[in-house]
Design a protein around this ligand. Structure first.
Ligand SMILES: NC(=O)C1=CN([C@@H]2O[C@H](COP(=O)(O)OP(=O)(O)OC[C@H]3O[C@@H](n4cnc5c(N)ncnc54)[C@H](OP(=O)(O)O)[C@@H]3O)[C@@H](O)[C@H]2O)C=CC1
Ligand SMILES: Nc1nc2c(ncn2[C@@H]2O[C@H](COP(=O)(O)O)[C@@H](O)[C@H]2O)c(=O)[nH]1
Ligand SMILES: [K+]
Length: 478
């Protein structure tokens, strides 16, 4: 990456401060761009879901890995539960979505709650392992909540078999005017659900898979307690990436934690953070990190900069740390502050090998929280920061009351935020589509076929607030 006209910025920059100019290009199609990473984590699109309790759970993990991204399960979840989630994710189908299954005697009320758990908006009614009906929101609307689903389900099923090619499945759904179909194996057992959109996406994305062909998933550990014991349990459970995560990553306890994890000889990439300087990056790499996580204070749930004045505008932080990591043959992830597809492109231009996103994904149907509706009828989920007093209270549940109260005083995050579900993009897959189409286009503007070429070729300029405002679309006349 280089700055336009050789300019050397006089102050640190965040994503909004910068823009990219097009280069001469011989990449003639956005589909010719390969977005897979070189950092060993196996992502085929450069996105990682942040290890936050309100965001990264099993549904998020399977859905994002199926499209080539990676989810990191937070350190606050008990290790037995994380192991279970890893196993579950690895048993998911690479193409078909996991169905919600209902017994014929399930009530409409129960079915309504469960439907909110799937962006495809349907549940399959089964007898044994076989599908016998389908219910969608429409079938349940205006029906007494104590009615059983066998009275309202549609029995006229169009199914596809699990060996179907996705283009053929798209055509079958299109011809029969269906949005989705249950998928069955040769013996009629339910395998999953395929939507028209899912058939399309299966051709546009490649799942992130491990050596056994199962979906990938990562897990985080903190720097307190027996780090080696917890890390070895996570490795045993099959975690494909280990993230050692704390607010101030450039500290002695982090270096000790890294050493303890390295001594386990993990055969997976080890990520450590967070830092925002070249020295911090080098020290973590020397202590054994393969990837350094960069970002102090840009997160949407984060109050660190307001509380402490500490942090650094994210574009400059990523640029400096990525350059230090590259000199040592290692990588950085840009963590936090991503609010538009352009921010992902800029983080990669600055040299990140993957971009971590939290809050943007909180308001999607795949995040673990319950779906609420506000006074205006808008759907939302509740999110919170991992350094908020709410998270600290949960994390320290086994401490004495005094210790808990003391620790909760050092809060650096928001305890309750409403993250609205965009009616046009309710699923994390819709948001991923938006980000990836923007990113593919950024790469072709830069004349890059790969992320390495993108970083090499990107030309970045510095803009005023008016420059940023000019780029925003106007939805009404002025
Ligand atoms: N990227 C960011 O900007 C930030 C991210 N977070 C996220 O919040 C989560 C919780 O992290 P964390 O608060 O580190 O909790 P941890 O539970 O990991 O504890 C942090 C440990 O480091 C010690 N410590 C020393 N200096 C600091 C400092 N300046 N800030 C925080 N701890 C310090 C603490 O001791 P003692 O309590 O005795 O001081 C404690 O032992 C993580 O997921 C982290 O990524 C949190 C803040 C900023
Ligand atoms: N200072 C704090 N930072 C936090 C907290 N919870 C999470 N985080 C960081 O934010 C990113 C995600 O950023 P987003 O803009 O995409 O939401 C996450 O990975 C952490 O590094 C917090 O309570 N305080
Ligand atoms: K912030």
């Amino acid at each position: 990456m280089h700055f336009l006209n050789g300019l050397q910025p006089q102050f640190d920059l965040t994503y909004d401060d910068v823009f990219m100019v097009p280069n001469e290009s011989d990449v003639t199609s956005r589909l010719d761009v390969d977005l897979s990473t070189e950092d060993g984590t196996g992502t085929t699109i450069p996105l990682v879901v942040a290890n936050m309790t309100a965001i990264a759970g099993r549904r998020m993990a399977e859905t994002t890995a199926r499209r080539g991204a990676l989810t990191i399960i937070p350190q606050d979840i008990p290790v037995e539960v994380v192991s279970e989630v890893i196993g579950w994710t690895k048993r998911r189908h690479l193409v078909f979505d996991t169905a919600i299954t209902l017994d014929q005697h399930t009530t409409v009320g129960e079915a309504q709650v469960l439907l909110g758990k799937r962006a495809h908006g349907a549940a399959v009614v089964t007898e044994g392992d076989r599908p016998v009906g389908l219910v969608t929101e429409k079938d349940l609307t205006g029906v007494d909540r104590f009615v059983q689903v066998h009275d309202v389900m549609s029995r006229d099923l169009v199914t596809v078999t699990d060996d179907v090619d996705v283009v053929g499945a798209f055509d079958t759904l299109n011809e029969s005017r269906r949005r989705l179909a249950p998928v069955v194996s040769a013996d009629g057992t339910l395998v999953g659900v395929l939507t028209r959109q899912g058939a399309l996406r299966a051709n546009l994305y490649s799942p992130a898979v491990d050596a056994d062909g199962a979906l990938r998933i990562g897990a985080a550990v903190g720097i307190n307690g027996d780090v080696a014991a917890k890390a070895s349990q996570l490795l045993e459970a099959g975690a494909d990436v280990l993230v050692i995560d704390t607010a101030h990553g450039h500290q002695r306890k982090m270096l000790e934690a890294l050493k303890a994890v390295r001594d386990l000889d993990p055969q997976v990439p080890v990520v450590a953070g967070n830092v925002v300087s070249a020295t911090g990056t080098r020290d973590l790499i020397e202590a054994g990190a393969d990837i350094v996580k960069v970002g102090v204070g840009p997160g949407a749930m984060c109050t660190t900069r307001m509380m402490t004045a500490v942090g650094r505008p994210q574009f400059s932080a990523v640029l400096e740390c990525a350059s230090a990591a590259r000199e040592l043959g290692k990588h950085v992830w840009a963590d936090g502050g991503v609010r538009h597809p352009r921010d992902v492109a800029l983080a990669l231009a600055a040299g990140a090998s993957n971009v971590m996103i939290g809050s943007w994904f909180a308001g999607t149907l795949e995040s673990p929280g319950d779906l609420f509706t506000d006074e205006k009828g808008r759907q939302f989920k509740e999110s919170f920061g991992m350094a908020s007093s709410r998270a600290v209270r949960n994390r320290t549940a086994t401490d004495s009351a005094y210790e808990r109260a003391r620790k909760a005083m050092f809060e650096e995050g928001i305890s309750s935020a409403r993250m609205f579900v965009d009616p046009a993009r309710p699923s994390v897959e819709d948001v991923i589509d938006e980000i990836i189409s923007g990113l593919r286009s950024s790469c072709t503007y830069a004349g890059a076929r790969t992320l390495a070429e993108f970083h090499e070729r990107a030309t970045v300029g510095i803009q005023s607030t008016a420059g940023f405002a000019e780029g925003r679309p106007l939805h009404q006349s002025w």
